[in-house]
Design a protein around this ligand. Structure first.
Ligand code: SAM
Ligand code: SF4
Length: 334
């Protein structure tokens, strides 16, 4: 018998996709995401355990969630991540498990993750120059990230998507060279418009923003095969094109995602056990107390339904004072 999809929000959108942020800590300190000193460490008790994440996914799956993305912070920095992938893969009804990672420690883990049931990865790669990569990530080693990408490819974690946040004057000279990776490899390269979140580690300024239209025009100048197509992709609102002769696609992710809200299919679960109906809204529903207070699966399901029911029609892109959402993406599960 076909599964009945129950998760439909107040605007008729079917919710089938859950992003699970397993930690807000990271081994890197990207200038657009985290302060140099890192984020205030949550205690072990403040964070959901791997068993608790898996339980929420299991309950959500029975309600119609079929895709899960594991993110962070840096998900590979959380102990037990392979077991979580295995547990999620064992949930009936979950047919796609992906992960967003900086890939710097992926190389030795890629095979094990694939065997555990991970299907694919999105990898942050903002620069192809070692010195720029080190400056941007504050402590990252480009060679380790590249090794992670190749290991993912060998392990069959496909399609490989590379994400690059474009910052004017820092890596904006690499738009063409990053896009050109799609000519050599069957990887997708997606450019992300910088969101100057408050408290994101020192880079606050609009002066660093390269409007996504400008990035798109520069890529188009390389020669595209057909017009760009818009899509609410599994990992974000994006438009895509293919360079002439390209093996992979080039994507463009705008910080003004409102135009894609109509097709939004997701909810988020944060490392500290909050269900967040929308990336751009501060609303959240705590599941930790229920998980730890002996609640049965029906009660957890009710909280998931409530999160879905409170999904706003569209994201509030900016606060009244013109600033962006106060929590950096590393804490919401970008
Ligand atoms: N650590 C993993 C990684 O870097 O891929 C996963 C978490 S990271 C928060 C998820 C995504 O958010 C990355 O692609 C990162 O580039 C993006 N991101 C973080 N801060 C951002 C910002 N201020 N503007 C735009 N994208 C941002
Ligand atoms: Fe870490 Fe990812 Fe944030 Fe960079 S973007 S600091 S890799 S969580």
């Amino acid at each position: 018998m076909a599964r009945v999809v129950e998760l439909v929000d107040g605007f008729g959108r079917r919710i089938t996709y859950m992003r699970v942020s397993v930690t807000d800590k990271c081994n890197l300190r990207c200038v657009y995401c985290m302060p140099e000193e890192g984020v205030k460490a949550k205690t072990h008790d403040e964070m959901l355990s791997m068993e608790e994440f898996a339980r929420v996914v299991r309950v959500a799956s029975a309600l119609g969630i079929s895709r899960v993305r594991i993110t962070g912070g840096e998900p590979l920095a959380r102990k037990g991540i392979v077991s979580l992938v295995r547990a999620v893969a064992a949930v009936p009804g979950i047919r796609d498990i992906s992960m967003t990672t900086n890939a710097t420690v992926l190389a030795p883990m890629a095979d094990e993750l694939a065997r555990a049931g991970l299907n694919r990865v999105n990898i942050s790669l903002d620069s192809l120059k070692s010195d720029t990569y080190a400056r941007l990530t504050r402590r990252g080693d480009l060679a380790s990230a590249i090794a992670g990408i190749h290991a993912a490819q060998r392990a069959g974690l496909r399609p490989i998507r590379l994400n690059a946040v474009v910052l004017r004057g820092i890596n904006s000279d690499e738009i063409e060279s990053l896009a050109a990776l799609t000519l050599k490899h069957d990887w997708d390269v997606r450019f992300i418009e910088f969101m100057p979140f408050w408290g994101n580690g020192g880079l606050f300024g609009e002066e660093y923003v390269v409007p996504i239209g400008e990035t798109r025009r520069r890529v188009l100048a390389l020669g595209a095969q057909g017009p760009a197509a818009s899509a609410q992709s599994q990992s974000g609102p994006a438009s895509y094109l293919r360079l002439r002769g390209g093996l992979g696609q080039v994507g463009f992710i705008s910080r003004d995602g409102d135009e894609f809200c109509g097709a939004c299919n997701r909810i988020r679960l944060t490392a500290d056990g909050m269900l967040r109906p929308c990336l751009l809204s501060e609303a959240s529903i705590d599941v930790t107390a229920a998980l730890r207070g002996g609640a049965d699966d029906d009660a957890i399901a009710d909280l998931i339904r409530l999160a879905v029911a409170t999904k706003p029609e569209s994201g509030k892109s900016r606060g009244a004072d013109g600033g962006w959402e106060a929590r950096p993406l590393s804490q919401i599960g970008g």
